[in-house]
Design a protein around this ligand. Structure first.
Ligand SMILES: NC(=O)c1ccc[n+]([C@@H]2O[C@H](COP(=O)([O-])OP(=O)(O)OC[C@H]3O[C@@H](n4cnc5c(N)ncnc54)[C@H](O)[C@@H]3O)[C@@H](O)[C@H]2O)c1
Length: 265
């Protein structure tokens, strides 16, 4: 098992479709010990039910953590430090933007909506990394993962505020990787193809994006949350011990396509 003996904190399970849950299931399969954060009480119920399916909620530590609250972030990592004393992997699968700022024209984005998307979806990685790093150093390093989407270098209609947040997030991956690298903490992003999750469905046209992926991506199919989970296992494992500062695409190769091959009938 690739993650035996490793302790991972997973942030961002909302329901069984969440990418964070795909990653949690893969980590569990590979022997990792898991703890979770949840945004609010309603989502805690979902999380508890999911945990009952993989061994019982009592076997896992769970902590409330709305990433807009410095107090909750501090309390969550303090509780984790009390419980484990160290951490090997931090999985950050958190994003939010107001629906309005995803649907109105990009140049009409509100200042408040811009700030909200950046705060929740990008600043939260810096804040979580700051709390996680001291726990990782205790055991000779660790791995931090986050999730991005390729609406950064290319325009994806409807991604608007979230595209800017992902651009910031991808820059953060490089800055954190450079700064935390000497402490043997690796920081990477997975750029996933479109998945019908709660957050994914907030982007208008996700079904069209999925159709397009099936039609023109090199693999001619959509990805699954399990496939993201497997790449996350690699990044968290010692197999990736020299991998940091990267964005790894799990998108059936969609990102390499400029002009798609026309299929002969
Ligand atoms: N679904 C896709 O197509 C897709 C593709 C590429 C990347 N991603 C990224 O994957 C990550 C996970 O999203 P998902 O698609 O699994 O959707 P999801 O809705 O299941 O997960 C998003 C999570 O963010 C959490 N969150 C939002 N605001 C928060 C706050 N203030 N405090 C704490 N948590 C908060 C939610 O509780 C939820 O658990 C996101 O970063 C998303 O942008 C998604």
């Amino acid at each position: 098992m690739l993650l035996e003996g490793k302790r991972a904190l997973i942030m961002g399970v909302a329901n069984k479709r969440s990418i964070a849950w795909g990653i949690a299931a893969a980590f569990h399969r590979e022997g990792a010990e898991l703890a979770f954060t949840y945004q609010n009480d309603r989502l805690k119920e979902n999380l508890d039910e999911l945990l009952d399916g993989i061994g019982g909620r009592g076997a896992f530590a769970t902590f409330p953590c709305d990433v807009q609250s410095d107090e909750q972030l501090g309390a969550c990592f303090a509780a984790l430090a009390d419980r484990w004393g160290r951490l090997d992997t931090l999985v950050h699968c958190i994003a939010f933007a107001d629906r309005e700022d995803l649907t109105r024209p990009f140049h009409e984005m509100s200042r408040a909506g811009y700030a909200l998307a950046l705060d929740v979806s990008a600043y939260s990685l810096i804040a979580a990394a700051r709390h996680a790093a001291p726990l990782m150093v205790q055991d000779g390093g660790g791995s931090i993962l986050t999730l991005t989407y390729n609406a950064v270098e290319r325009v994806v209609s409807g991604y608007n505020a979230m595209a800017v947040a992902k651009a910031a997030l991808e820059a953060e991956v490089r800055y954190l990787a450079a700064e935390l690298g000497p402490r043997q903490i690796r920081v990477n992003a997975i750029s996933a193809g479109p998945l019908k999750t709660l957050a994914g469905s907030a982007v208008k046209g996700i079904s069209r994006l999925r159709d397009l992926t099936a039609e023109i991506s090199p693999l001619r199919r959509n990805i699954t949350q399990e496939e993201v989970g497997d790449v996350a296992v690699f990044l968290a494992s010692d197999l990736a011990r020299a991998v940091t500062g990267n964005t790894i695409f799990v998108d059936s190769g969609f990102h390499i396509i400029g002009v798609p091959t026309i299929q002969e009938q």
